[in-house]
Write a protein that binds this ligand. Sequence first.
Ligand SMILES: Nc1nc2c(c(=O)[nH]1)N[C@H]1C(S)=C(S)[C@@H](COP(=O)(O)OP(=O)(O)OC[C@H]3O[C@@H](n4cnc5c(=O)[nH]c(N)nc54)[C@H](O)[C@@H]3O)O[C@H]1N2
Ligand SMILES: Nc1nc2c(c(=O)[nH]1)N[C@H]1C(S)=C(S)[C@@H](COP(=O)(O)OP(=O)(O)OC[C@H]3O[C@@H](n4cnc5c(=O)[nH]c(N)nc54)[C@H](O)[C@@H]3O)O[C@H]1N2
Ligand SMILES: [Mo]
Length: 785
Amino acid sequence: MTNHWIDYKNSDAFLVIGANPAENHPLAMKWINKARETRGAKLIVVDPRFSKTAAQADIYVRHRPGSDIAFINGLMNYAIQNNLYHHEYVVNYTNASFLVNPEYGFHDGLFSGFVDGKYDRNSWQYQKDGDEIKKDPTLQDPNCVFQLLKKHVSRYDIKTVSEITGVPEKVYQEVCETFCATGRPGKAGNVIYAMGITQHTHGAQNVRALAILQLLLGNIGIPGGGVNAQRGESNVQGSTDLAMLYHLLPGYLGMPRANKHANLQEYIEKETPKSGYWSNKPKFLISMLKAWYGEKATKENDFCFDYLPKLTAGEHSHMAIFQDMMRGKIKGMFAWGQNPAVGGPNASMERKALEKLDWLVVIDLFETETAAFWKAPGVDPRKIDTEVFLLPAAASYEKEGSITNSGRWIQWRYQAINPPGDAKSDLWIADRLFKAVREQYRKDKSAVFPEPILNMVWNYDKPGQEEPDVEQVAIELNGYDVATGKPLNSFGKLKDDGSTACGMWIYTGYYADREKPACKNRNPEKDGLGSNLGWAFAWPLNRRILYNRCATDPKGKPWNPKLPLFAWNGVDWVKNDVPDFNAKVSPEVSAANPFIMLPEGHGRLFTQGLKDGPIPEHYEPVESPVKNKMSSRQFNPCITFYGPELGELAEVGSDEYPYIATTHRLIEHYQSGAMTRNCPYLVELMPEMFVEISPNLARKLGIRNGDEVEVISKRGKIRAKACVTPIMRAVKVNGKECEVVGLPWHWGYQGLAPGSTANDLTPCVGDPNTAIPEYKAFLCNIKKV
Ligand SMILES: Nc1nc2c(c(=O)[nH]1)N[C@H]1C(S)=C(S)[C@@H](COP(=O)(O)OP(=O)(O)OC[C@H]3O[C@@H](n4cnc5c(=O)[nH]c(N)nc54)[C@H](O)[C@@H]3O)O[C@H]1N2
Ligand SMILES: Nc1nc2c(c(=O)[nH]1)N[C@H]1C(S)=C(S)[C@@H](COP(=O)(O)OP(=O)(O)OC[C@H]3O[C@@H](n4cnc5c(=O)[nH]c(N)nc54)[C@H](O)[C@@H]3O)O[C@H]1N2
Ligand SMILES: [Mo]
């Protein structure tokens, strides 16, 4: 999230696209409705299902799953053609005026530089004069970013968008007018998205499209604006910050690669940009190494850089791991608070892969489907050799620690009750596990490379207490001065000489005062902008709205004087947030670099940073009923497909699988359902698996509400109750009627209310940048049982 939940009250229009906050983020609805009541804000909801959020919308747009880029590019086109973009913002704060290499081009779905399924991004680079990027502030040069974007999106006129997405032209026109009206200075448009946007083979480009639209309309860095991801699990933001993803170290430092980073020097040289705030990267990495390896980390030994694991070639995310498991390359697995037997793509394949393991450790509140895969219906336990260990874990209210919400607020949670039985906190389990592994390395003299384990700082024991000291963990993450042990209050104080230690630089300041840590602050604001600087701690540096230099014009006058996040009084800034810019220099000087994290200092309407193109382009989902109208490239040309063991894919326009399927959540259930299908009250409210189908399709197939049906995809088939509902309706795409069906994915064979798993149908194919599976658009058939 660039902004935060309470800031929603400052918006004039909401574009909720690929999210259903009424069901999945109810507190978001509170602030959306506050803006509607107090400012007359308009709510636009774009969703193939008439969701509970859609039911509240001023404008509901039913579109086809997987067609979002066409939808968003069309909005950009409308803003540019009708001069509704925020001109002063675009010229000053984005890279619109930057000149791009004249060799850049786009033809029939491919950008320049495409070789063997990959882009060589040379022709996407800026033109330079020495170190200076060449610019044309008039935005007229045919090679400037603005003209390239304008030309690209001009192909997405209203008629074309309507044909691809299935949205009637009149409805689309109304959306364009309503949302692009926020391009005026003083107006704020808020984009809210979640899994309907990301879970596609072009998910990263979907998000990019939203970011570009918001930059064009001057909606980034201002109160009530932003691109706001409604994040998932309560602490998914925190776990991403802490490097849950395989290619990252804590604080979004890139994981070192074996073929690229032989030593610290090479890592620093190759990974540190010359300008922008990331030029401080060596300080963050070296301080992290000091936190991990303490006295052992010295300048002479590269601060133990060699101890870090190095990535080898290829991609090692969820689907790649399961492919390796299928191929027998992985012998053991920890499923630590996850349930891939229900949540993973092509889940029946994932359950098969678990059979190839020698051992599996599940650390969970319940015996999940993953823990019980060896006794799933239809499985013969005698034929499975995997040894399964189930460690009971304490739930969130049975332990203490911080969690980080979507708005980057880090808040402390206190323990309410003791865990039942033998259940232990995850920290307790990790602590005992680490100590046991270390003991093995101590004893076993033949151990290969024991130093990273033996020399790891591990000082979480607290006298008289069985539970490790969670505050000690917090202080390590926060960072401290090595000589005095005193916690630091800003990552500006981190050094690259080994004199500071810091587990995760972006959190510095959240636990600087052991007696009164900022993440425990509880001083709510009574009125005003809703920044609430005295409540909890928002990373980085308690900043509530990112890129907030853009909240005023270059001279320091707020675009909206009624919502002055900052205002220059001629001498100094009047502040209602923590500046995301150098506040000690004049407004004009900081305005020259409003996006301090980027080397070029400007918001990107055109990027060199993604693998699959500098500007979003519409491609079809891998399984689609129609041909791509925009080019002869049917789907994202940069996808790498997994092996056949991960399941087959249906052909374009397949007669065998004529309907589009998409998956979604319900308010009564949580995720793979372990926590909610074990709760009798919730099970009573939402007892069984169903499939939503339109009244028309039901009539055609002779299916009545409540009938038992079979839903079939190229991967498998499941049984479900038919829910015949106007929530679903066919959309007209390229002149063809396409039926869409909706599947909740919360069921499995364990718990109080077992049911079929939607993911037995979903494909193993993902986005080239993130490897997120295409859960939201695939093909299926339906038969009455
Ligand atoms: N009650 C409840 N709350 C939850 C969760 C839960 O399981 N239950 N899970 C949490 C987690 S981990 C997450 S990640 C979030 C997810 O939150 P959301 O992303 O809001 O969840 P979904 O229901 O999966 O998808 C949102 C909407 O996207 C729509 N959609 C489907 N395909 C497309 C498409 O191609 N384009 C567009 N624009 N929309 C599409 C669906 O119809 C659905 O209404 O929710 C969190 N909150
Ligand atoms: N078809 C389809 N599939 C999807 C999605 C979709 O939209 N459609 N969404 C995807 C998304 S966004 C997500 S996030 C994934 C989620 O996929 P998973 O993470 O595999 O599913 P969860 O049910 O969230 O699993 C969390 C487990 O942690 C346990 N747990 C809860 N609290 C604790 C704790 O404190 N400690 C420990 N050790 N365990 C705990 C719960 O009991 C549960 O079994 O699913 C993905 N799968
Ligand atoms: Mo999620």
